[in-house]
Design a protein around this ligand. Structure first.
Ligand code: DX5
Ligand code: ZN
Length: 216
């Protein structure tokens, strides 16, 4: 079954604990960490992740859009993240980092910006629990879905199948009722949705609707 991960970036930051609870029933809560260097935006860090982890029983899926993830990612595991995603473009030693995240007890995930091809990373896939294909340029919620990423999602799914791997294939950016089915058809099985969930009158119902559409 498809997994839906609401992105807290589109929530009301003055009520983070309530906003986290508003999506009870979601598979994971997606937490976007930005440092104003890797992306031109600044969001939140380790103390907020720690507080969020105490506020909700939904596991945290931390997406690190930061430089020096080799230095920071382990701290997000210690802060309570169940899954930590670093960017391939920023990691100095992705294999070592993935192994460290796993050794500390979290799922290790690697993200690719739109212009980063998946093929050079084929041999690294067994080191990962999830691969994230960005479907917008990372940095902001509410951007339009990039259709041109669908072939990359398809190629990533083929590589995963060719190696007989279990890893999850996540998409992030512009995922909505209009685009979720195309992502699912291309082979994605984990869907991040910010504005499509928190922009809805009933965020929990939006999660159920997206999951239903992805599974169709
Ligand atoms: C963007 C973030 C996304 C963002 C998605 O850089 O990584 O997780 O919150 O928001 P929507 O679903 O509104 O595109
Ligand atoms: Zn994200």
């Amino acid at each position: 079954m498809a997994q839906i991960n609401p992105s807290i970036l589109s929530a009301d930051f003055s009520r983070l604990a309530e906003e986290a609870k508003a999506v009870d029933g979601a598979d994971w809560l997606h937490v976007d960490v930005m440092d104003n260097h890797f992306v031109p935006n600044l969001t939140l860090g380790v103390p907020v992740v720690e507080a969020l982890g105490k506020a909700t029983s939904t596991p945290l899926d931390c997406h690190l859009m930061i430089e020096q993830p080799d230095r920071w990612a382990p701290q997000y595991v210690e802060a309570g993240a169940g899954s930590v995603t670093f960017h391939a473009e920023a990691a100095a030693a992705p294999v070592r980092l993935a192994r460290e995240i796993r050794a500390k007890g979290a799922r290790a995930s690697m993200a690719l910006k739109p212009a980063t091809p998946v093929e050079p990373y084929e041999d690294l896939l067994p080191e990962l629990d999830m691969l994230l294909i960005m479907t917008v340029e990372p940095g902001f919620g509410g951007q339009a879905f990039l259709d041109i990423m669908l072939p990359k999602i398809r190629r990533a799914r083929q590589l995963i199948a060719r190696h007989g791997l279990e890893l999850w294939l996540q998409v992030d950016g512009g995922v909505s009722a209009d685009t979720v089915e195309r992502c699912a058809d291309a082979g994605a099985d984990v869907f991040v949705a910010g504005s499509a969930v928190y922009g809805a009158d009933d965020p929990a119902a939006a999660v159920r609707m997206l999951r239903h559409q992805a599974d169709e």
